[in-house]
Design a protein around this ligand. Structure first.
Ligand code: HEM
Length: 403
């Protein structure tokens, strides 16, 4: 790219506007064309938008996951407990703590274990699609994906019946999309997180006293004697947080993009063996995690920039997944794509631990939705995206179905 024909871009994160939130990809292209590793004069962090650079940095121990949250004293008192729990989250740990906290979850989140959830999930999805058919219309974010996800989580974590309502209230309130002022957004989230923390602490205590053959008991068993209750319950809570919003937004994103790209939908409905490659392509094309943070532990010299020690770095997965140096026709949804090592679920040591669950969950829903797809209608006005720069998801998706 000849830089002489370009002007230095504006950092989109300094004053993100609604246009950027709805469609960040042209701005990411502009930034990547200027430089795949770039920090504007007023930027707080380096923006890494090139596929190769994001992929390398995900695997480079000089890019620490133990990011400094800065001064948190201005946050509401309820946030203190959440910040305490976050100190134990595997996602913010480097080795050796990271592996120690992650290992106990590996068997429970493996393909074999996750596959056991499929039959119940499929039955729930079919029952809800039947209701959609009867009603003729259905909202797919909060009235379809969320309850289906909750039913799965309820069985998985073994949430006691008397805490169920509070639990699901708290889970849904942890979302970053809550309306509309920043204060109202932060306060209920932290309050809810505090409640979740209490529920998880009790769950771990009870399962330690009376173990069974369930997800939480098995994670406790696999943790051994050296990992404390506090660390186990903090990481159970992380698994909960990390699965809820990512899936809640990815599933409707995926359904929406398939319905909008009728040629791709037809390919899939004609040949359901394409479901696995379609899911990977949808993750690349409209994954729900836009970027993830890192912090440098030493000076990193690259062809494009010298990044100082202690610098914040945003690895923009959504930009990397549309880098033309890695993907042919990156702005096209192509479920037949064969070269597709996308980064929607991260890479390296912190690669998404919920990858099997994500694939199983999404594939189960999409396979069933595709069966009805020739009768499903999209909304007349394109739905807006949530007002977030870290996650990408629709605020609502109202679909209709012909009887
Ligand atoms: C569409 C769905 C999902 C997306 C797009 C997604 C994306 C990601 C990404 C990009 C990372 C890497 C973070 C980093 O390197 O800092 C990650 C890590 C993680 N994900 Fe997911 N995720 C999804 C679903 C899930 C689910 C269903 C679970 C739980 C069952 C989960 C649990 C986690 C956990 C615990 C980590 C941290 C792993 C570690 O630090 O070792 N995710 N996810």
């Amino acid at each position: 790219m000849n830089k002489q024909n370009l002007t230095e871009p504006q950092d989109p994160y300094i004053k993100p506007n609604l246009q950027f939130v709805d469609d960040p990809f042209p701005v990411f292209d502009e930034v990547r064309n200027w430089s795949p590793i770039w920090k504007g004069k007023q930027s707080h962090s380096y923006l890494v938008t090139g596929f190769q650079q994001v992929s390398n940095f995900l695997r480079d121990p000089r890019f620490s996951s133990d990011i400094n949250f800065g001064d948190t004293s201005h946050l509401h008192a309820d946030s203190a407990e959440l910040i305490q729990a976050q100190k134990y989250w595997m996602s913010f740990k480097n080795e050796p703590d990271h592996s120690q906290f992650r290992r106990p979850f590996l068997t429970e989140l493996s393909a074999n274990e996750i596959q056991k959830l499929k039959v119940t999930l499929d039955a729930n999805v079919c029952a809800r699609l039947k209701k959609f058919e009867q009603k003729g219309e259905q909202e797919f974010v909060y009235e379809f994906t969320e309850p289906v996800l909750f039913e799965c989580i309820e069985a998985w974590f073994g949430i006691p019946e008397n805490s169920r309502d509070e639990f699901f209230w708290a889970v849904s309130q942890t979302a970053s999309h809550l309306p509309p002022s920043p204060d109202r957004r932060i306060y209920p989230s932290y309050k809810a997180a505090k409640i979740l923390k209490e529920i998880f602490s009790k769950l771990v205590e009870n399962r330690k006293k009376k173990p069974g053959n369930d997800f939480v008991s098995n994670v406790i068993k696999a943790s051994g004697e050296t990992v404390s209750n506090e660390i186990i319950s903090a990481n159970l809570m992380l698994v909960m947080f990390a699965s809820y919003e990512t899936i809640l937004y990815f599933v409707p994103n995926a359904i929406y993009e398939l319905l909008r790209n009728s040629d791709q939908l037809k390919l899939l409905s004609d040949d359901n063996t394409l479901i696995a490659s379609a899911t990977e392509e949808l993750l690349r094309y409209c994954g729900s995690v836009i970027s993830i943070p890192r912090m440098t532990t030493e000076v990193v010299e690259t062809e494009f920039a010298v990044i100082g020690k202690g610098e914040r770095v945003s690895l923009i997965l959504a930009a990397a997944n549309r880098d033309p140096l890695e993907f042919e026709n990156p702005t096209q949804l192509d479920i037949l794509r064969t070269k597709n090592k996308h980064l929607a679920l991260g890479g390296g040591a912190h690669y998404c631990i919920g990858a099997y669950f994500t694939r199983m969950f999404v594939q189960t829903i999409i396979e069933r939705v595709v069966e009805f797809s020739s009768r499903i209608g999209l909304p007349a006005i394109p739905p807006p995206y949530i007002r977030s720069v870290g996650l990408r998801g629709l605020q609502h998706l109202n679909l209709t179905i012909d009887s």
